[in-house]
Design a protein around this ligand. Structure first.
Ligand SMILES: Cc1cc2nc3c(=O)[nH]c(=O)nc-3n(C[C@H](O)[C@H](O)[C@H](O)COP(=O)(O)OP(=O)(O)OC[C@H]3O[C@@H](n4cnc5c(N)ncnc54)[C@H](O)[C@@H]3O)c2cc1C
Length: 442
């Protein structure tokens, strides 16, 4: 009865990180239970179906060639999508006016956003990125890097906008230059995809793989504590008092949740205190038709704004309809003012849109990632996990964990890393190396 003696891995969180971890752990022969507090799986990668429109939670683009694609490929999860609709050209939103966004050599020459000297500086900076020793920039903030290399204020603004759209981060004083530039290069080398039918397709694909490998997935199951005995993981307690036996636990949620589940573990408290969330305000709008089909993409240059018609390339709306995401990088306290600002951007790009709204959702402050690679902590390599010092058998995963990737890429990569650490043959899920092997097939 090999299955009965396999170690029990409980995964807390049914988002991309938790489901990736569950799929790998189940494939490694462990008895896996996923606990998701919401009634549906997906977390921030969920897609809501409304009147034939697929609403991701804010604008979501999958980085090609990144950790997400690697994990999905290994697990055999198919994703289908299309690049953003920038072939008509992209706009820069500057001083309330739309101009050409300098994204390539031609638009750089023709755009009126930049004076000539600024054009030369942007071109020189972009052309020189490949030659940089990125590792040496891990502890330098992107802002410090930029200020040193680019003098023209308008050129700095354009570069900041390109980094914001690549990383989602607007705190460039803290963001590691290494991580920022790597992420920008990932986006420009292979590009990104808007997924047909939304990001839920990845969630469902991962859940299918995990289930097929034997994992049990419980929705509506909120974890409230990790029960340990003599320093060993014993169970996960649910809000209704039930206990799910566990030999190892993967916490695939926020650092503050990890710390609250194990309040006696100082490392988790320290990680939670050090994390700086990346936030955004999002206006997700479904329209019955698109008033200006050519106006599909814009980036704010003097303000941290984003506009894109995701349905212009991906299948996210019924025939003739349009699925639009408008966003502001970094949430502000005055959410009504932000909502008005996003509505104005929508009207500027798509005049009359307000009369064509079929579905609308405003998210004043959503956490995009629980942390970002901070220069002060040595960039991506300064991120914690997946193992938790002082808590054998406990692992973490999510977009704030591990040394690989940003955004969802970090969730996928750390989900895999956490599962590998929790199922390693000699791993001591009980905190006592070599005493007992928990590989069911040993
Ligand atoms: C507006 C927005 C835009 C984004 N755009 C992009 C993008 O373009 N590209 C990109 O790569 N990434 C993007 N991201 C980031 C990406 O969505 C996230 O990094 C990723 O979905 C996080 O997955 P996760 O599994 O780590 O966390 P989550 O999705 O947060 O999953 C954690 C899960 O844990 C559950 N949970 C919490 N507490 C408990 C508990 N006590 N018990 C049981 N379950 C619990 C939650 O309900 C949730 O389902 C964006 C995010 C947002 C919000």
């Amino acid at each position: 009865m090999t299955t009965n003696t396999a170690a029990r891995v409980v995964v807390i969180g049914g988002g991309l990180a938790g489901l990736s971890a569950a799929a790998y752990a189940a494939r490694a022969g462990r008895r896996v239970t996923v606990l998701e507090k919401a009634s549906e799986l997906g977390g921030r990668a969920a897609t809501h179906e409304k009147k034939g429109f697929s609403l991701n939670i804010g604008p979501h683009a999958l980085y090609r060639g990144g950790e997400a694609e690697r994990v999905l490929g290994e697990l055999g999860v198919q994703t289908k999508g299309a690049p953003p609709p920038t072939s008509n050209g992209a706009y820069a939103l500057h001083g309330g006016i739309l101009r050409a966004l300098p994204t390539g050599p031609v638009s750089l020459l023709t755009s009126s956003v930049l004076p000539l000297v600024g054009k030369i500086e942007v071109a020189r900076l972009l052309a020189g990125l490949d030659a940089l020793d990125l590792a040496s920039l891990a502890e330098t903030s992107f802002e410090a890097f930029l200020t040193k290399r680019v003098r023209t204020p308008e050129a700095r603004d354009v570069i900041r906008a390109l980094i914001r759209v690549s990383t989602y981060c607007s705190d460039l004083e803290r963001l590691s230059a290494e991580a920022a530039i790597s992420q920008f290069q990932l986006g420009t080398t292979r590009g990104v995809l808007y997924l047909h039918d939304g990001w839920q397709t990845m969630v469902n694909g991962l859940a299918d793989v995990a289930r097929a490998a034997g994992a049990e997935i419980l929705a509506g199951a909120k974890a409230v504590s990790v029960v340990r005995e003599d320093g060993r993981v014993k169970a996960v307690r649910l809000a209704d008092g039930a206990e799910i036996p566990a030999d190892a636990v993967i916490i695939a949620a926020s650092p503050s949740l990890a710390s609250s589940l194990l309040p006696d573990v100082p490392a988790l408290a320290a990680w939670s205190a050090a994390a700086i969330p990346v936030t955004a305000a999002c206006l997700d709008v479904a329209l019955s038709r698109l008033p200006q089909p050519r106006n599909t993409f814009a980036l704010g240059i003097d303000r941290p704004l984003y506009f894109s018609v995701h349905s212009a390339s991906a299948r996210l709306a019924p025939e003739g309809g349009a699925m639009i995401h408008v966003a502001r990088y970094g949430a502000l306290e005055d959410s009504r003012a932000v909502e008005r600002e996003l509505e104005e951007v929508l009207e500027l790009l798509q005049p009359g849109a307000k009369h064509l709204v079929v579905e609308r959702r405003f998210l004043p402050s959503i956490t995009v990632t629980h942390d970002f690679p901070q220069a002060a902590r040595g960039g991506t390599r300064g991120r914690p996990g997946p193992a938790v010092p002082g808590a054998p058998g406990v692992f973490v995963a999510g977009d704030w964990v591990g040394h690989a990737g940003m955004l969802a890429d970090a969730s996928f990569a750390s989900g895999r890393a956490a599962a590998q650490a929790a199922t390693r043959r000699e791993v001591n899920v009980l905190g006592d190396v070599g005493r007992k092997s928990f590989d069911a097939r040993a």
